[in-house]
Design a protein around this ligand. Structure first.
Ligand code: IMP
Length: 192
């Protein structure tokens, strides 16, 4: 069974491929020659994940899944949320995004936050959704240089180091995306 993962992020494809039964072949957007700028204009992670998967289904007629992730910070009513990638501007600069978060939480004690990932799957014209969240807090300053995005300021519950201070293998065991992907894999493996 061929299924498209609507991403150009090689790391995401690498993370999931070894976990799947060999009967399932994951194709990237590049593999199907999709170089479109897929719109992400939804107001929720679920909507955006669905928009991406549905775009591929409609335009390329492949079964497909797509993910969307956001960082939700309690004190600022869930910001940056669905706008996490471009919180500090359209260029999607992680350093600027982090600076904005630290500035908004300057002097604030309640630093609770969580990451959530939603995966939307379109298979045989049916829609399925899987999600995963990891809870933690925003650090007072940048810690570590691994990972990407908001990793240097996110400390998961039960740890006193940030995602950016952990080996990727450890982050991948507990992350929001890992939790959602595990649910997707369980589903795939139950239907083949
Ligand atoms: P995407 O939906 O996976 O593209 O994620 C949207 C944005 O959320 C990214 O541009 C990052 O800023 C942030 N993000 C997503 N996943 C992570 C993560 O695992 N660590 C830190 N930031 C993340």
């Amino acid at each position: 069974m061929n299924i498209v993962f609507a991403t150009n992020n090689k790391n995401k494809i690498k993370e999931i491929t070894p976990l799947l039964d060999s009967k399932i072949k994951i194709l990237s957007l590049k593999d199907i020659s999709c170089f479109d700028n897929i719109p992400e204009t939804g107001n929720s992670l679920k909507e955006n994940a669905f928009l991406k998967a549905n775009f591929v289904k409609q335009h390329y007629n492949y079964d497909c899944f797509a993910d969307d992730t956001g960082l939700f910070i309690d004190y600022i009513n869930g910001e940056p949320g669905v706008y996490s990638a471009r919180y500090a501007g359209e260029d999607g600069n992680s350093k600027k995004n982090i600076e904005k978060v630290l500035q908004k939480l300057n002097g604030v004690d309640n630093r609770k936050a969580h990451f959530t990932t939603v995966i939307s799957l379109i298979l045989n014209d049916k829609y399925f959704f899987f999600d995963g969240s990891v809870y933690g807090r925003i650090s007072l300053k940048i810690k570590g240089d691994k990972g990407f995005g908001y990793d240097p300021v996110f400390i998961p519950d039960g740890y006193d180091i940030s995602f950016a201070q952990m080996p990727l293998s450890e982050k991948n065991k507990i992350s929001h995306r890992a939790i959602a992907i595990k649910k997707l894999i369980k589903f795939f493996n139950s239907i083949i």
